[in-house]
Design a protein. Structure first.
Length: 128
């Protein structure tokens, strides 16, 4: 399995860095937790790539994505990822989010029609 490193430029010129497998399987977008990056999924990516076309994103402020403080929120990140998803496919995709990535994933699923399966891994939905 090979993960290709790519970048997507949003309408406002922000950069979303991502890694993608090259196969025809259904898409699984993976959104990492705060303080890590897309590489946090490297241990499971090999097995998951047997069933999914993986797209692992670096959230803003992490990895090689834009480090623009105004984008460090669920709405900005979520809206830009919706734009990104729509640029990749017209099909509904599966989205997996870990911790703060789960909050972003939940936002995407709640405000758009791009998600057919939502997998939340320890999201802080009830934190105060």
């Amino acid at each position: 399995m090979k993960l290709e490193s790519l970048q997507y430029k949003t309408e406002d010129e922000s950069i979303i860095n991502y890694y993608e497998t090259d196969n025809e399987n259904p898409i699984l977008l993976m959104i990492h937790a705060q303080g890590t990056n897309a590489n946090s999924y490297s241990e499971v990516a090999k097995d998951l790539s047997k069933r999914f076309h993986l797209i692992l994103v670096d959230c803003y402020g992490h990895g090689k994505s834009s480090h623009t403080m105004e984008k460090y929120n669920i709405v900005s990140q979520g809206n830009d990822l919706i734009e990104f998803i729509k640029s990749k496919t017209n099909e509904k995709i599966s989205i997996l989010g870990h911790s703060s990535g789960g909050l972003i994933s939940s936002y995407i699923a709640s405000v758009s029609d791009v998600c057919c399966n939502l997998i939340l891994e320890d999201p802080p939905l009830f934190s105060s």
